[in-house]
Design a protein around this ligand. Sequence first.
Ligand code: NAD
Ligand code: ZN
Length: 361
Amino acid sequence: EGFLSHQPWWRTGVPTEIIRSREGVGELLHRVKQVKKNPFFVVDSVLQDQPVFAPLFAHEALFLFDASASEPKTGDVDTVVSIIKNRAKPHDVVVGIGGGGTMDLAKAVGICLANPDPAHTYQGYGLDMKKGADIWVLPTLSGTGAEITPIAVLRGPEKKLGINNPYTAPSVAFIDPGLTSGVRKYNRFFTMMDCFFHHYEITKSATSSETAVSDALDGISLSRDVLTSGVEEFRMDNAIRSAMASVLGGSSTIGGRVGAAHAVSYGLSNSSPTLPHSVAVTLAMLSLGDLYPDGYEDTVSFLRINGMDTPKAADFGIGAGAVEKMTKTALGMEKLWQSCFGVNWKERATEGYIRGIYERI
Ligand code: NAD
Ligand code: ZN
C-alpha cells in the first residue's frame, strides 16, 4: 500500500512531521521522553475503555473531551487553557488524541495558550496571533485531515468557524491506522464521506493548486475504495486506505479549497447544535445534484452500498423556519463560492440560488 514505505504518498508540502507506525501510542510516549517535553493530553473520553490507549491514561496532565456530546466549543478551549495555565509546571506541548473534534480542540488550546483573549475572538482568517505550545496529534478516527491542517473548527457563541492560522497546525502527527478499530460504523462511514467530499470539491475548485488537485485525486480513489467495499466491519486494509486518504485531505487542503457543499454545510451546522459536520456535508451534497452531478450520484450509491439511511435535516431540528438564517450564513462563505464558481462567483452564488438549495433540503 505504500503506508510504511519511506516515500511520502502526498505531493503537497505539509508543515507536519508524519510518523507512520503500527505502534502509535508507544511511538508517541517514546517521543515525549526523547525530546524531554512536558505534554498536556487532550483525549477523547471514549478511548478510556480501549486497552491499547491505557498507557496514556496513566498521565495526570490530561483533559477528557466527550466528542460524542458535541463538536468542540470556544468555551471548551477557554476551559482547557485555564486548566493548563493553573498547573504548577508549564506545558510546552499539547497532544490531541481522538477524531477531528478532539484534535481541533487540542490545536485551538495549543495556539490560544499564547494569546490572551477568549477563543471566540480568534475565529476567522489571517488574525495576528502568537505561536503557542507545540501541537502533536494521534488520530483515532480517519478522514477529516485535521491531523495536518492549520485549522481548528470551533462552535462559538455566534458561529461555527475555525481559527485559521499557521500556528494551529500540528508539528507532529503519529499515524497508526489500527487505532481506529473501535470506531462505530456510523462514524467510520460519515467521516470517510467528509473525506471524499473534501477531495471531490478540491478537484472541482477553480482556485486549487496543481499538487492539491493531484493529492485530491488520489484521495478520491482511496476513499472511494473504502466506501464501495462496505464499512460494516473494521478491516485493516481499509483502515490503512482511510488513514492515507485522511492525510491527503490535509495536504490537499493546504493548496486547495472546498466549495459549495461545505458552504451549504456551515449554514446547516449553525442552525443545529447536534448536527455533525460530516452529516451536514452529506445533506448539502444531496441537494447539489445540479452543480455536482457525479458527486451526488456517488453520495447516493455510497449510502446504499453501506446500508445507511439517507440523513434528514428534520432529524437534527432543522425546519423551514431556518432557511433565511442558513442562507445568510452560507452567503458569507465567500472564499468557498469563489472556489466553486471562479472569478464571476457573485453572479452565480446569489441569495436566491442559495435559498433554493436550503428549500430543497
Ligand atoms: P469526531 O471527532 O467528532 O468523533 C466522532 C465520534 O467517533 C465521537 O463519538 C468519538 O468519540 C468517536 N471516536 C473517535 N475515535 C474513536 C475510536 N478509536 N473508537 C471509538 N470511537 C471513536 O469525528 P470526526 O468526523 O473525526 O471529526 C469531526 C470534527 O472535525 C468536526 O468538529 C469538524 O468540524 C472537524 N473538522 C475539522 C477539519 C480540520 O481541518 N480541522 C476538517 C474537517 C472536519
Ligand atoms: Zn468537511
